[in-house]
Design a protein. Sequence first.
Length: 341
Amino acid sequence: MILRDIRKLELSYIPEKILCRNEELQRLKLLVESGRALISGGVGTGKTLLARYIGGDAYVNCYINKTEHRVLEEILKQIKPRFNPAGLPTQKLWNEIEEGKQLILDEIDGMHTNELRHFAYAISRQHEIGKKIKYIAITRSSTILRQIINDDATWSTFANNAIVELRPYTWEQIKEILEYRASQSLRSDSYDDEIISLIADIALQSHGHMRTGIDLLRNSAMIADSRGKDKIEPEDVREANREDMISDIESMEVNDAILLLAVATACRNRAYVSLEEMKDYLQVKGEEYGIIMGDRKFEATLQSLLQQGFIYEGKYGYTILQCPTSVLIKEIEEKMKKITS
Ligand SMILES: Nc1ncnc2c1ncn2[C@@H]1O[C@H](COP(=O)(O)OP(=O)(O)OP(=O)(O)O)[C@@H](O)[C@H]1O
Ligand SMILES: [Mg+2]
């Protein structure tokens, strides 16, 4: 088995170490100590992880609990399990939260607008009356959150000067994090540098960022395991990241198709291919189907395939990310037979 411990690749798992976020983590700790912090950053930049790593007495996802009352109920459920908040006014619920408690308010901009405004005002008020409830609030964008709250006084007590901005990870950082997470959860000889690079390539250009990276690591390992292999191969990663490309291939122009076929064939058993290798394979496939492509045409075709996302230029070379090469090869060969027969 490749997967030693699948639990360690689940979203809720908190790894022992957090890589590439040292400064942010130190600053966050200081801010929370002094009472409040707002983590801001795009999808999969590690916001929830950082907050949970620091920890709190209660964790609430405000996207699921959209009203002030629901958020407070959820907090009290965790810090006072025997207290029954049903039917009580929100002020009473605030009074039940003791000074010094530390709260994690994830996806705070997921609350209904008016509820959020009042909640932000109320928690700031608690500070003003000298009752310090500590909190880490989390949002995808502090700029948008500020616009939603739309009140300078509330904003300034709620989050001003307390924002920790998480910038997107670079490819190198994604790779480093993936390597660490793989070393904790997979058998050590079941993956290599190219596999990690390939997953990092996909994560970097995906909307889900590091979230996509961890998902792919887990799913690639599961696919390779289900195929009885003892190593993750590029095809397993491509299968895990598979998108439906069949209809695109049907309508594809013949030059595009033949170059994609060449790249797919070159990448069959590996992650990346160089420009030279791509040209060699193109020549072979071109001869097979009687298609000759000049240098100019080759350049234009490559650019067009890159632009459409069929081929990707990763750090280590050209590759295919969105479909197993075996599937592409089969589809394109069928298409070419139809055209040339
Ligand atoms: N620095 C890191 N070290 C180790 N693992 C990380 C790191 N950053 C992110 N991860 C992992 O990447 C995944 C996504 O991170 P997380 O859920 O914290 O992102 P997020 O910013 O909260 O995203 P979203 O906006 O979608 O909620 C998690 O599995 C997390 O454990
Ligand atoms: Mg999150």
